[in-house]
Structure formats: structure tokens, C-alpha cells
Design a protein around this ligand. Structure first.
Ligand code: GDP
Length: 432
């Protein structure tokens, strides 16, 4: 700190929410800077489980300021639902600020998302149909509505009067039969604007002031490096930048404040949606990885995740494009009971060895992983892992320590946090 960025090193769902919550103890501010309600973070506090799509993970700590910054796209109805849910469970939500420059997801974005996904055929990326690609298309194409428009009825009505007829033509051209009603949209969204207005402000000014005072600001990445629109597996990813650089543009702060960049990686790999996945497993190993330790099902979609061994070609790229200063390795408990643990150290492609992650989908679909086998460790109940976590690194089973040392040597980055279960208590700091 002051500026610490937490980034997903793989395909999202690495357990970032839990790591942010763990670090949240030491943070004054938690910031979401990209993505939208297509992200899903699970945070467990004691027996209580919370699933957030838009709210930052620090929202349950009343003294921590939580910011939804300009890089996020906001579905107002969903955000209000999350706010009301958290309030109903006894939290005041006085600690939330929303950027006046964040773009708003409209119902026509969701409609177009579904229509585009159908038209895309093989290029379909398994969209969550939350309207994310169309809202980013509008942001770049300059058709977008921002939070500052949502809270200003005059501007909102005027913009909708221009945009909605154009969207209607696109819906029809894509084969949609739905009718868009600008006046009904205005009424519904002006209502959301009124409710959200107290939270809306210039969050860049706010964050700059916090960082100048050397307050500790945690930038919370959503999705993961390999879903990034620039550096991910294109087109099978998301529509925003998910790498560390996006923390600066997506929050409106200078990159010089970003001092620590922590990559979160599962001890294996999982993903939802389509696209190449070189270390993917099926059969017994897949069942073990998917079913152990709470299960691998998407927070947003509840789709079963595809699973496989850890891929160091992929993680090496994450180390590079994000400039990771440390790793948080999660779900070490889930690998327990497998006998041996495998790690992909390179790919073989038509007689060549690839150490760097290829851009071409054609190449990526045909590569063969080169594995290194390591000794496994026993399956333990969560209580036993929590007891080990409380004792610190030295108490971890020898093969776990060797596995972590192997990752450090391969990736040239220290493992700073290890996670061995879902709860806060099953998390340990290995290095600062
Ligand atoms: P995020 O989007 O990166 O925050 O990840 P998700 O919340 O979608 O998925 C992570 C899931 O793994 C959640 O259900 C967490 O409770 C769970 N989880 C996080 N760390 C661990 C861990 O070390 N062990 C186990 N068994 N579960 C974990």
C-alpha cells in the first residue's frame, strides 16, 4: 500500500473476493475499476456468505470506503438490489461512492447481447448476457449514458430520445422483435438515478486525495488476466481490460500510486465458458477438482466450471503483463487427496517448445502441455486446514511447501498469501 492492485491471474473466480476481504482489514479504501455485474465475488464472514456482482468487497467493513470507479459499467437495478440486500442484513452502506463517469447498462444492451451472441456462431464467447459487450461498444462508440446523466432527468430524457430509436433499428436488423419505449425507460431509470444520486460523485478527485495522504487503497480486479480484452484469449473473454494498468485508467488515478500488484491464482485452473484450455481435465481428476472444497460453479451463472492443472505458461504471462509483485495462491486444500499434483511448465506445438502464451486460437487449440509432476498431499477437513493456517507456513504439509516453492521458482515471484479454505481464517500471510 498505499496503492495495491489485486488481479486475477487466470480466468477469474480465483478467489479474489476472499483475498480482498482478507487484505481489506488493512485498507482504507476498496475500489472496483473495471467490468460490471458479469463479475461475481463471494465473501464469507463467519457463517455468512455474500455474493457481490457490483459492490466492492470491502462493503461489509463500515470504516472502509468503497468506490465503484469510472471503468465499471453499472446496471442500476442490480446495484440497488445488492445495496438493499446488504442493508437488510444489518449493514448501513454509508461507505459507498460511485463515479459520475461510470457507464450505465440499459435493457437494450442486454437485449443486444443475446441477439449478438446468437449471430456470432463460433465466435460466441459464452456471454453472461448482462449487456457487457454492448455497453462497452456504446462507450467506445460514444452512444453511452453515464452516471452523471442518470442522475440528471433532463439530460437522461434527451439522450434516450436520440439513442433509443437507433437501438430499435439495430434490434430489428439483428432479427429482434422487441419494442423499445424511450418514455418507459426514462421513467424507470430516472427512478434509479434518484435513489443512487446520494452515492454519485467524482471518485477520481476523492481517490487522488486519499492517495496523496498515503491512505491505503486496494484496487479490486474483476475477471482475470486471460479474460482481458487485450491480453486474454480473444474473443473468449470479457470486454474490459482486466490487467493492472486498467486500475489507473479505470479509477482515474496516476499509475505511480500503484505500488503493489498482487496476482491471485488458484492452485489449479478453472474457467466458465468456451475457448481453448490446454490443461483441461476430464474424469476423476476433474470430478475431484470440481466437487472438493465448495465446488466449482460460476457465481454469476451457476454454470459448472471447466477444470484442469495449473498452467505456468499462462501464469508467466500474467506475471509479465501485470508486473506482479506477489502471488496469492488459493484452493490449495482442493488439491489435497490427489496423490500427485501436475503443473504445466511449457507447451509443445508441432515439435517446438513454447514458453510464451500464443495469441492465435488455432495454435492454442492444438498445443500439448508439458507437465512436471509433484508429490501430492492428503485431503483434510477445513478445521484442520484452519488450525494449520493459524500456526503459519512452517506447519503446512511438506509437499504443499514444496509446491509453493516450485511456483515461486518457475514464476520468479514470491507467494505472499496462501489460502486453504473458504473462510477468512483459512488464509495465511507468508511474506509481506
Ligand atoms: P472471485 O471472483 O475471484 O472472487 O472468485 P469467486 O468468489 O467467484 O470464487 C471463488 C470461490 O472459491 C468462492 O466460493 C470462495 O468462497 C472459494 N474459495 C476462495 N478461496 C478458497 C480456498 O482457498 N479454498 C476453498 N476450498 N475455497 C476457496
Amino acid at each position: 500500500m498505499p496503492g495495491t492492485v489485486v488481479i486475477g491471474g487466470q480466468f477469474g473466480d480465483e478467489g479474489k473476493g476472499k483475498i480482498i476481504d482478507f487484505l481489506g482489514d488493512r485498507a482504507d479504501v476498496v475500489v472496483r475499476f473495471q467490468g460490471g455485474a458479469n463479475a461475481g465475488h463471494t465473501v464469507q464472514v463467519g457463517e455468512d456468505l455474500y455474493a457481490f456482482h457490483l459492490l466492492p468487497s470491502g462493503i461489509l467493513r463500515p470504516r472502509t470506503l468503497n468506490v465503484i470507479a469510472n471503468g465499471v459499467v453499472i446496471e442500476p437495478g442490480q446495484l440497488l438490489k445488492e445495496i438493499e440486500e446488504v442493508q437488510a442484513r444489518g449493514h448501513a452502506v454509508k461507505n459507498l461512492r460511485i463515479s459520475d463517469r461510470a457507464h450505465v447498462v440499459m435493457p437494450y444492451h442486454k437485449l443486444l447481447d443475446g441477439l449478438e451472441e446468437t449471430l456470432k456462431g463460433n465466435l460466441a464467447s459464452g456471454s453472461t448476457r448482462r449487456g457487457i459487450a454492448p455497453v462497452f461498444e456504446d462507450k467506445v462508440g460514444k452512444w453511452g449514458l453515464r452516471m452523471c446523466d442518470l442522475v440528471d432527468p433532463e439530460v437522461l430524457r434527451e439522450k434516450l430520445a436520440t439513442v433509443v430509436p437507433v437501438k430499435q433499428r439495430i434490434v430489428a436488423a439483428y432479427g429482434g422483435t422487441e419494442t423499445l419505449d424511450a418514455e418507459a425507460l426514462f421513467k424507470e431509470y430516472a427512478g434509479y438515478g434518484e435513489k443512487l444520486a446520494p452515492y454519485v460523485t467524482d471518485t477520481s478527485v476523492l481517490l487522488d486525495a486519499q492517495l496523496r495522504r498515503r491512505r491505503r487503497v486496494l484496487f479490486e480486479g474483476a475477471q482475470g488476466t486471460h479474460l482481458c480484452i487485450d491480453h486474454g484469449i480473444y474473443p473468449y473473454g470479457t470486454s474490459s481490460n482486466c490487467t493492472a494498468g486498467a486500475a489507473a485508467t479505470g479509477a482515474g488515478v496516476s499509475p505511480r500510486y500503484l505500488e503493489e500488484i498482487l496476482g491471485v491464482a488458484k492452485a489449479f485452473t478453472s474457467r466458465v465458458g468456451t475457448g481453448p484450455f490446454p490443461t483441461e481435465q476430464e474424469g476423476e481428476v476433474a470430478t475431484h477438482l470440481r466437487e472438493t472444497g465448495g465446488g466449482e460453479y460460476g457465481t454469476t451463472t451457476r454454470r459448472p466450471r471447466r477444470v484442469g492443472w495449473v498452467d505456468l505458461v499462462m501464469l508467466r504471462m500474467s506475471v509479465r503483463v501485470n508486473g506482479l509483485t506477489g502471488l496469492a495462491v488459493t484452493k490449495l486444500d482442493v488439491l489435497g487427496g490427489l496423490g500427485k499434483v501436475r503443473a504445466c511448465v511449457a507447451y509443445r506445438d508441432e515439435g517446438r517448445t513454447l514458453k510464451d502464451f500464443p495469441a492465435s486460437m488455432k495454435v492454442l487449440s492444438r498445443v500439448e502441455p508439458v507437465y512436471r509432476d509433484l508429490k501430492g498431499w492428503p485431503e483434510l477437513p477445513e478445521d484442520a486446514w484452519i488450525a494449520l493456517a493459524a500456526k503459519g507456513k512452517r506447519a503446512l504439509p511438506e509437499p504443499v511447501k514444496r509446491y509453493l516453492a516450485f511456483l515461486e521458482a518457475q514464476l520468479q515471484v514470491p507467494v505472499k498469501i496462501a489460502s486453504v479454505g473458504r473462510s477468512r481464517a483459512a488464509t495465511m500471510t507468508l511474506a509481506r
